[in-house]
Design a protein around this ligand. Sequence first.
Ligand code: ZN
Length: 335
Amino acid sequence: MKKPSFKLVIILLLLAMALPAVLYFTHQPANAWGFWAHKRINRLAVFTLPPEMIVFYKKHLEFITEHAVDPDKRRYATVDEAPRHFIDIDRYGAYPFEELPRNWNEAVAKYTEDTLKAHGIVPWHIEVMLARLTNAFKERNENRILRLSAELGHYIADAHVPLHTSSNYNGQKTNQQGIHGFWESRIPELFAENYDYWVGKARFVSKPSDNIWTFVLQSAAAVDSVLNFERELTFSVNTDEKYCYETRAQTIVQTYCEGFSEQYANMLDGMVERRMRDAVLSIGSFWYTAWVKAGQPDLNNLQQIPLTAQEEQEQKELEQMFQKGEIKGREHPNH
Ligand SMILES: [Zn+2]
């Protein structure tokens, strides 16, 4: 029998190596900030709260933590969900994007609702969620307070991720596919245990809209660094120093090598940690603001109103659709 040519062996080897890579990059769970980081951020936000709030939130720490990822799961259930997680702000000119009205009605009048939704609505959705949470506090509805707190936390955290403010959200326009998960999942999973999470106390936010646009613009201002440093580093190393193989749940997956990740994190000079810290403080501050605006209700004495049949149904569908795993709306799993 003829020996397989060297070239054929190499091709087969490359194919064998490429397969798990494809599997990994196409089957990452829907995870803005990564599920891990979202949960961690919500959890930490509880510890920024004042005494009148912290006892209640601590009692429900597991709920606030686990439900931090519900909005991402909902992207499997409804097509309206996807735009709430991002804004492709570069569609509206150059930084600081002054041509985009910060007020929703003015923005709709200028661009139409369809256009705004196509490019993402996270800043405005955070305002909506803040109003809903304020109402839940006024109603003293425990279930709703918890659910809306967890979900508001999610959207605020997303808005702190630079690539959630760019149309080049996964480096797809610059041949840097995978960078979304690299920045917000891989880096935190490797290094976030050692971050300093002492972020101080939640503050009352007197102008929520201004505050939201401030952190959205901070994210937008960081996009160039996120992309440029990765490109620079990629040019300076061999491919096998960039991508490594790891076994996860008995599957070999391709991921960014630890050394490469560390060099990238160093170039970013603490950016991921800063954005995580800022997200934690913003979330605590928005929860606190909703509570103050609602007249500081006593959280030891809330109404135990069971979920409505509709809410219960929605919760069930959320899990079912998530398990099925088909994203509605924008395809990319990480946005
Ligand atoms: Zn999200």
